[in-house]
Design a protein around this ligand. Structure first.
Ligand SMILES: [Zn+2]
Length: 322
């Protein structure tokens, strides 16, 4: 196995995981939440007869070039309804792939208003803000989606891909286990080190529906699954890991723990002892997670919303509050 960059497409890095499995990455996403890495499964004897794409959300001109090089592409599987996993999926549809997306977030690919309501942005933000956010990330809606239940297996000809629910991140969020190749793609679970040692944000739980409890369970479960059933681990925003390296799991747990410390310290500095005394605004004003004071109004509103979600979850878990 070598993981050399074999890309001949400008702006794209393509690593060979195995002869017929490639991990692709758009080098410079045009906006913050417009891209995610994903897998290209090439046709093989006794397996899929056409190319299948797993959660590779990249700009349309790059999708066209992948199609020229590796097409025809029969199917595309999306892992969840966050913007960085949806924005450009319409282009995979345009080049002829059948689009599959997990219930209940499959509808977000059809209409951005479903994304707005589904993630409860509507409780705090005007729709126009989310429309602008979608537009900046290049979002266009798909025409037809084939919904599936998280946990099912896909069979592309003889080739099996198991979907693995990892719901702490979002209700629909799935990873992929490819038994034949012993690859576990943990998608957006929160291992976002682009290179060893380079820090990222870590696990993301900014929406109301996310759960830290569930997250910690998902991390433990994913670690066992990786050690017991896979040789290689890939994800939406990171480098390739080989069994028995458990760096991703240590990193994700550590990040959640550090976030708790940040909120606990804020609680102490505000001299709070009871949950009833908490005013979220005091915490948000401290810019604990995002440099919101430096943001324009549009970005400020969105990050404020996400940071509220993150902080509230850690307030709930704090040992310093009754
Ligand atoms: Zn996500």
């Amino acid at each position: 196995m070598n993981n050399l960059d074999i890309s001949t497409i400008d702006g794209l890095r393509i690593l060979k995981v195995y002869d017929e499995v490639l991990l692709a990455h758009q080098i410079k996403p045009p906006y913050y939440f417009s891209c995610s890495d994903g897998l290209i499964l090439l046709p093989r004897n006794g397996g899929n007869q056409k190319t299948v794409i797993l959660d590779l959300n990249i700009e349309p001109h790059l999708i066209n070039q992948i199609n020229e090089l590796y097409g025809p592409i029969s199917d595309y599987v999306c892992t969840h309804g966050h913007m960085d996993h949806m924005a450009h999926v319409h282009q995979w549809e345009a080049i002829g792939a059948e689009i599959h997306a997990p219930i209940p977030e499959h509808t977000y690919l059809l209409d951005v208003h479903n994304f707005y309501e589904g993630f409860q942005f509507n409780e705090a933000l005007d729709f126009s803000i989310i429309q602008k956010f979608a537009e900046l990330n290049g979002y266009k809606n798909c025409k037809e989606i084939h919904p599936f239940n998280p946990g099912i297996s896909f069979f592309f000809d003889e080739f099996e891909i198991k979907t693995i629910p990892l719901k702490g991140h979002s209700k629909a969020h799935i990873g992929f286990l490819i038994p034949q190749e012993k690859i576990f793609h943990i998608s957006c679970l929160g291992f976002d080190q682009v290179k060893p040692g380079v820090d990222g944000f870590g696990p993301w739980y900014g929406f109301n529906e996310c759960s830290i409890d569930q997250y910690l369970k998902d991390i433990d479960f994913a670690q066992s699954l990786f050690l017991e059933q896979a040789e290689v681990l890939t994800s939406s925003h990171s480098y390739i890991i080989k069994n028995p390296d458990i760096t991703p799991f240590l990193y994700m747990r550590k990040k959640i723990e550090k976030n708790q410390i940040v909120v606990d310290q804020a609680i102490l500095s505000l001299k709070l002892t009871n949950k009833s005394e908490v005013s979220l605004k005091d915490f948000l004003d401290m810019d604990l997670f995002f440099p919101k004071k430096k943001m324009d109004k549009f970005r400020y509103e969105i990050y404020n919303f996400w940071e509220s979600g993150i902080i509230s979850k850690h307030i709930e878990r704090s040992e310093y509050l009754k």
